[in-house]
Design a protein around this ligand. Sequence first.
Ligand code: PXL
Length: 279
Amino acid sequence: MDKRLLTIQDVSCVGQCSLTVALPVISACGIETAVLPSSVLSTHTAGFSGYTFRDLTGDMPAILEHWKKEKITFDAFYTGYVSKAQIPIILQIMDETSKKDSLRIIDPVMADNGVLYTGFDEDFPSEMKKLCARADVILPNLTEAAFLLGEKYAGSSYDSSYISGLLERLKAIGPSYIVLTGVSFEPDKLGCAVYDGKEIKYYFNHKLDASMHGTGDVYASVVAGALCRGWSVYDAAALAADVVVESMKATLDDKDHWYGVKFEKALPYLIDRLSLCKK
Ligand code: PXL
């Protein structure tokens, strides 16, 4: 049976992130993608100023009631940029529109490079932790992992024992799998660590000399799409890393493109990789 995924995150009208990434990427994976916009912004908040922001929390209960009346259910959920007030409603949506074993993928979008994104207060991580506790897969970067655990951000000075400890502590929150992004032990390599409570597996790519907004959303969307196609968490995490690299390579030579990553150029690559796998 074909799967239907619900993604809950903002619409940043311009900026190549959140829903404007998730919808095309997961659709390109061949997965029906339903959306619940958490808010509408004229642009994302990283680098633009004066953006508009419309919170859509108030619409969520009626949307849920309608879905329940129509007996609409989802095989998978993938949440991204949401607000504190939305977290209890999202838990309710996942409980009341879930099938028996629906997949819960939570990207705890809130921070990067040691700091919370504009608009998130210090209480947000503890609320996000409640959502992560109910997840099958969480996808924090190193900063988000530290915030979820109430720990100090390690910056770039850490070793593999720090990463294994971090994964163990994240596992204790409750998710079945952790995909930790932005892991680097060597200056020219960047990748992810995947932990299922038993074994840590790493996947690395050559590190590009650039950092681009929206790569986390491309990453999580590919993971969500590949998981819905039956890929293992590790294979999905590795594919997602490769798609992010392709997207970044397509953006590198355009110095004016400061606000996002050209993931559209990597969609043919994504589709090719998926079609090579007979699932
Ligand atoms: O990419 C994460 C993200 C999503 N949505 C909005 C953002 C950000 C990161 O800054 O500002 C509105």
